[in-house]
Design a protein around this ligand. Sequence first.
Ligand code: ZN
Length: 171
Amino acid sequence: MTTLPIIEYPNDILTSPTKKIREVTTELTGLIDQMVATMRAVDGLGLAAPQVGHTIRLTVIEYRPDKGENKRAAIPLLVLINPKIISRSSEEEIGEEGCLSLPGIELDVARSLRIKVRAETTTGEQIQFRATGLLARIIQHEVDHLDGKLIIDYAPRRAALIKQYLAPRDK
Ligand code: ZN
């Protein structure tokens, strides 16, 4: 399985509006397979379509703990089409987050502790579920990507410094 190059900040694709997915085509399932392979290859916990150049509402999420890590924290592969957070707890938790599109950056981000999510599956079913803790955090991070929002947007005072740090990087 080929992996896809991950788009890094700054790039307009990361802040572009994304389109709702109308139909699960073979092209789409092919993209999903490549996104899963890419996420696994770089040990990511989630990957949103804009990060691989597709401005559509799609994300893949998975957490496979290494040996010795807490196996109970494992998150089985989730493919979410048109995910929507339909409610979120006012209770928040601050946690450190990184992003595959912002290599080397880790920031404290406050996220709702509990959320309720609606999405579609690859077989066209509508699903609705509750998520807490790490999964809730990852889903909020990925849905932010679909809305053109990055973790640096949560740290406006530090964002200027971070942008300065990232700007001279030649690719
Ligand atoms: Zn990210």
